[in-house]
Design a protein around this ligand. Structure first.
Ligand code: TXA
Ligand code: MG
Length: 325
């Protein structure tokens, strides 16, 4: 069974409002959306991804006005983050309001909320809100990949991942490639000070500057999706430095290289991508890992960008991809 491919936000909104699933573009990666107030639709999301039931989903809302519908005991610093970064690649973990379903939170007493920085998806959420008569409607959406695999940054990649598990009346909304390329920064806002539980484009310096607070280490909450091993292609990913790469010999039949453009490709390796900077590295990362599989490569030697700004998020994802190998 194949999903309906569309460029129209109205098609996705109609499907979601009716309790069906929609592959949705966001600025970070493509998501697999369902109404956050529909347990049956949410169950289908978990089934399609093959995701364990205790791995909670992020609820996407149209604006920060929806915060108080979904969360309680919201600290001022969380509101400051929402004001500064939304719409954008930032998810906030907050105490859940009574309306939040257990199915969304994996039974935890917290909920992750985000206003995505993508005009298509904002349009979809607003239209769903109009259709169901709730301006604060939430769309639960994990990344549109099978559990443990590489997140999709295009509609094609999302459909490749999930098509045979979706139904003919589910929808895939194509609004072009994702602009950021790695998932949102997740900030735990359930304590007196913020903690980053997943790095993303909004980096630790930005969170500290916006909140005026020193960050704490992320020990309070369980973010089950942040497993040591994740984001893994079939090819094994091996982390390297530019120096080690220069001396490397391709000991396997087909080895790919992923590194900033300034790092040369040694003889005998297949260059997967040569991004100019960390922002471009983030944008091409997941497509490059998919390309490695499409080319049938055995391994990828990856030199992470410097661990600053979004480079921290790229290094984090590469480390998890390498751990899964
Ligand atoms: O950029 C993104 O955040 C993308 C796009 C589609 O919005 N979504 C995404 O969702 O990455 P997902 O499900 O692949 O990752 C969500 C992460 C998981 O690691 C999950 O454990 C964590 O968020 N999470 C969600 N709700 C949580 C909660 N209440 N407490 C702790 N962690 C939570
Ligand atoms: Mg994911």
């Amino acid at each position: 069974m194949s999903v309906l491919r569309t460029n129209g936000a109205a098609d996705a909104a109609a499907a979601l409002a009716a309790g069906r699933l929609a592959i949705l573009p966001t600025e970070t990666v493509y998501g697999l959306g369902s109404r956050a107030d529909d347990p049956r639709a949410i169950a289908r999301v978990y089934a399609a991804k093959g995701r364990p039931a205790d791995h909670p989903l992020i609820v996407h809302v149209a604006s920060a006005d929806a915060l108080d519908a979904w969360a309680v005991d919201i600290p001022d610093y969380a509101r400051a983050l929402a004001k500064a970064c939304w719409p954008g690649p930032l998810s906030l973990i907050l105490r859940r309001s009574p309306k939040v379903l257990d199915a969304v939170t994996g039974g935890q007493d917290t909920v992750a909320l985000r206003v995505p920085g993508h005009p298509c998806t904002l349009d979809v959420i607003r239209q769903v809100g109009d259709l169901v008569g709730d301006p604060h409607v939430g769309i639960a959406a994990p990344s549109a990949n099978r559990f443990g695999r590489v997140s999709p940054t295009t509609a094609d990649h999302a459909v490749e991942e999930l098509d045979d598990l979706l139904q003919g009346d589910d929808v895939a909304l194509d609004c072009g490639p994702a602009r950021v390329g790695v998932e949102s920064t997740i900030v735990d806002c359930t304590g007196r000070r913020p903690a980053i539980v997943r790095p993303g484009q909004v980096d630790a310096d930005a969170v500290a500057a916006i909140t005026g607070l020193e960050l704490v280490m992320p020990s309070r909450v369980r973010a089950p999706g942040t497993l040591a091993s994740h984001y893994s292609p079939s090819a094994s990913v091996v982390l390297s430095t530019a120096e080690d790469l220069a001396l490397a010999m391709p000991d396997r039949a087909t080895t790919g290289v992923l590194a900033l453009a300034e790092v040369p490709t040694p003889d005998g390796f297949v260059r997967l991508s040569a991004p100019q900077d960390a922002e471009e590295y983030a944008r091409v990362l997941y497509a490059a890992l998919r390309e490695a599989d499409a080319l049938g490569l055995d391994a990828v030697l990856a030199v992470p960008p410097p661990a600053e700004g979004i480079g921290t998020a790229v290094a984090d994802r590469l480390t998890r991809a390498a751990t899964g190998s």
